[in-house]
Design a protein around this ligand. Structure first.
Ligand code: NAD
Length: 454
């Protein structure tokens, strides 16, 4: 089928590429000329595992192209997907101006003689957006165009987006006409995944409810972790014990510094906002947010207990991206930590395998040094914080890290390091929801100020 994707970002580019990979002819449209020029010149502007090779092979097979010409894409495509940003506004509501603008552009580009078209909302939107998009199209289209508006929320995870798209758990299609549903099922037929066929508002709600539930699981285990710290229990073991119950599942039960990224924070806010507008406030999600917001201050308080005054202390931070395997730093917890440390006058060095450029942009104006090397980042540091769960951090040579650092203190904000490795190298090891551990030879005085149970 001939597909157009409007918005060539993390979702649009990966989705478009995977649609091409299964045999559709896809044009990815963006109004950012530099992005389209880069892609047309063979450069993929984001880091996502496997994506670059897949883009190249589909471009050379003639199934994937890039353009700034939205009217042409509308003229040439059976189905037009919208994958533009839906950022949060000050009051927590979703900024739908990008969706509105693109809906209008699509509307004025449609012509009755093109025949039937489907406009699909792939962006994450509050319930009822589909009917607004349909209204905009009816209002601005020239003449009587034959169009259905469908909701098809996306569930990919950055860092494993290609695999998630090619092997999805399920595909959600919200359509109010059988013709649209049948055509959408044809688009997804090559993926061989279960399809959830629902109406448009239900599809929209599935996305907000799913992301909010995942955020809730994260905050739940983080709240349990806080109790574990006080009680001398180990949250990793607790999570394992509860996660083996099939009704609960082990996923999203890793205690840590909380959720970040461009989706969870804004989708939780968006769902709270829409539920309030509908007069059925999801107050449970306010607590999810509150727990999440406590994670960075809790970490900083524990570091202050160790180092006392943070001004002029050297602190190394591993990880700038909001999670592993991505260069995306939007709403990254690590960026929040670095900014807070800088505000307290600490000298911060940071390292990330892929988010050095995006990190530098997000931290512009902060006196942080972004390093090219994992070990160099720790030179002279008095504490190392592991803020993102990149695998290479767990595999580091901690003997070498110890030689670089001034004091042997590690805060593992993602519980990913192997305690034996860091203890063996002479570090004291602080993590989330677990007892702090000390190397055998360390003098008891050094332990003062640590309030976690032993
Ligand atoms: P993004 O910022 O990476 O990409 C959006 C793209 O849209 C940008 O390239 C921008 O230039 C382009 N754009 C904006 N206005 C445009 C216009 N008028 N015409 C053409 N292009 C335009 O955003 P993203 O992360 O891909 O997210 C897009 C949507 O998908 C959001 O609603 C998000 O919530 C949702 N989503 C994101 C993820 C994720 O992991 N990033 C996962 C699932 C759903």
């Amino acid at each position: 089928m001939k597909l157009a994707i409007i918005g060539t970002g993390y979702v649009g580019l990966t989705t478009g590429t995977c649609f091409a990979e299964v045999g559709h002819t896809v044009v990815c449209v963006d109004n950012d000329v530099r992005k389209v020029d880069a892609l047309t010149g063979g450069r993929v502007p984001i880091y996502e595992p496997e994506l670059e090779a897949l883009v190249a092979s589909n471009v050379s097979a003639g199934r994937l192209s890039f353009s700034t010409d939205l009217p042409r894409a509308v003229a040439d495509s059976d189905i037009i997907f919208i994958a533009v940003p839906t950022p949060p506004q000050e009051d927590g509501s979703v900024d739908l101006s990008y969706i509105e603008a693109v809906s209008q552009e699509i509307a004025v580009s449609l012509r009755p003689e093109y025949g039937y078209r489907i406009v699909v909302d792939k962006s994450t939107v509050p319930v009822s957006t589909g009917s607004k998009v349909a209204q905009v199209i009816r209002r601005y289209a020239p003449g009587d165009v034959d169009v259905d508006v469908v909701s098809n929320p996306e569930f990919l995870r950055e860092g494993s987006a290609v695999n998630d798209l090619l092997h999805p758990d399920r595909i959600v299609i919200g359509a109010d006409s059988q013709r649209a549903m049948d055509m959408m099922k044809r688009v997804y037929q090559p993926f061989n995944a279960p399809i959830v066929e629902v109406d448009v508002p239900s599809a929209e709600l599935i996305k907000h409810a799913a992301n909010s539930f995942l955020a809730l699981k994260i905050s739940y285990i983080n709240a349990v972790a806080a109790v574990c710290e006080k009680a001398g229990a180990d949250v990793t073991q607790v999570a394992r014990g509860i996660g083996m119950d099939k009704r609960i599942s082990p996923h999203f039960l890793n205690a840590g510094l909380g959720y970040g990224g461009s989706c969870f924070p804004k989708d939780v806010k968006g769902f709270i906002n829409v539920s309030e507008q509908l007069g059925e406030p999801m107050n449970i999600l306010r607590e999810v947010e509150a727990i999440n917001e406590q994670q960075v201050p809790r970490l900083l308080a524990r570091i202050r207990e160790k180092l006392w005054v943070l001004r002029n202390k050297r602190i190394a931070v591993w990880g700038i991206a909001f999670k592993q395997n991505t260069d995306d730093v939007r709403e990254s917890v690590s960026v929040k930590i670095i900014k807070a440390l800088c505000d307290e006058g600490a000298h911060v060095t940071a390292y990330d395998p892929k988010a050095r450029e995006t990190g530098a942009a997000a931290l512009k104006g902060y006196p942080v040094t972004i390093c090219d090397d994992l070990y160099e980042c720790t030179r002279g540091a008095e504490t190392l914080i592991v803020a993102t769960e990149w695998r290479e951090f767990a595999l580091a040579n901690f003997g070498k890290v110890r030689e670089m650092m001034r004091l042997p203190i590690i805060f593992d904000g993602r519980n990913i390091l192997h305690a034996e490795n860091v203890l063996h190298a002479g570090f004291e090891y602080h993590s989330i929801g677990r007892r702090s551990l000390y190397p055998k030879a360390q003098s008891p005085q050094l332990r003062d100020g640590d309030n976690t149970a032993r």
